[in-house]
Design a binder for this molecule. Structure first.
Ligand SMILES: C[S@@+](CC[C@H](N)C(=O)[O-])C[C@H]1O[C@@H](n2cnc3c(N)ncnc32)[C@H](O)[C@@H]1O
Length: 318
């Protein structure tokens, strides 16, 4: 396909509107469940779409990620008090009626919808939905069949862009020429190029060359916003080329309980089936990813630390 060609055209009536984009995915999920219950014909017409979505365990995000292995991340932010645990608790809290403004009792309003079902659906809403303005210009979250089959590609790599036309129809069009057989990807948000954000919001991580710092390791980084700093600020003459910054990075590196070599060895370990509650050694793909996450994080810190040290030596500050 050539650049600027339409790869998918989704008529507006096929969009599943979930409500305002600025509320929590839990609220959007309650709205989805109500629509499914109140419009059985519409719901039935979408069965092929519902069936195309991942089943239990097929998607793990901050809403439904198991917490017993979070320590493997060696990441007090992701596994700490402001993060995956808190988000999981919020989702459960909504289900158990702790947010009565959303739903007083799931059991009464949605008999048959289990906590597991609600967590799973919320995770899908959080990681599959798009936000576009509705006819009044209000940012609105919606599920877009077909278009949500596209994986994320970082800026510069992604080959399609998704836009909403004035009539509400949604299009994916090519950003460059695309070879036959090439996977189509679009950039969900620029922030996903940082692995803590990718893991938190979408349940995956990516390898980079050169390695990329996670968001929270940049001086003003956090899980919700892009930091105003980047690795280029560690280049010679860059605004992060200071001895204090070198110490800050060293402090983070020193805080890890294992080295990269130890992590690599742990990743290779086969966990005997009887050692289920052992301290280390991955038991499944999720645990493997958690250990890979901490390895990639350390690689990036080490890479940037070396680059910064070299810049300080060249500029005679060290
Ligand atoms: C909107 S869905 C994309 C379609 C999904 N892969 C599927 O088969 O249904 C978003 C989810 O796909 C996965 N995903 C998207 N981009 C990815 C990528 N670049 N690498 C790995 N997984 C990705 C993540 O699980 C993410 O939460």
């Amino acid at each position: 396909m050539k650049k600027d060609q339409i790869t998918v055209h989704l008529p507006s009536q096929l969009a599943v509107t979930l409500g305002p984009g600025m509320v929590t995915p839990e609220e959007n999920t309650v709205s989805l469940l109500r629509q499914q219950r109140d419009n059985p014909e519409w719901n039935a017409s979408l069965i092929p779409y519902w069936e195309s979505l991942p089943g239990f365990g097929g998607i793990l995000t901050k809403e439904n990620m198991p917490t017993d292995a979070l320590h493997l991340l060696q990441d007090p932010v992701l596994a700490g008090t402001s993060s995956i645990i808190v988000h999981g608790a919020y989702t459960r809290n909504v289900f158990y009626g702790g947010k009565a403004a959303l739903v007083e009792s799931f059991v009464d309003e949605f008999p048959g919808v289990t906590l597991e079902h609600f967590q799973h659906l919320t995770s899908i809403v959080a990681s599959y939905a798009f936000t576009f303005p509705n006819e009044d210009g209000v940012p609105t979250r919606m599920l877009l069949p077909l278009l949500d089959m596209l994986n994320h590609g970082n800026e510069g790599t992604a080959n399609v862009q998704i836009i909403e036309a004035d009539n509400g129809d949604i299009y994916a069009y090519t950003l460059r020429d695309v070879e036959a057989g090439e996977e189509l990807t679009h950039t969900y948000t620029a922030a996903i190029r940082r692995n803590d954000q990718a893991l938190f919001h979408y349940g995956f991580i990516q390898e980079y060359e050169p390695p990329a710092l996670v968001e929270q390791d940049l001086p003003d980084g956090n899980l919700y916003d892009m930091s105003s700093y980047s690795e280029e600020d560690y280049d010679l003459g860059g605004r992060l080329v200071t001895r204090q910054e070198l110490q800050r990075l060293q402090g983070i590196l020193d805080s890890f309980p294992t080295t990269m070599a130890q992590d690599a060895a742990i990743l290779q370990e086969e966990k005997p089936w009887w050692q289920f509650w052992g301290k280390e050694g991955p038991r499944n793909d999720l645990e493997r990813m958690f250990i890979q996450y901490r390895i990639m994080r350390k690689q990036a810190l080490q890479y940037v630390h070396t680059k910064l040290k070299d810049a300080l030596i060249v500029s005679k500050e060290l």
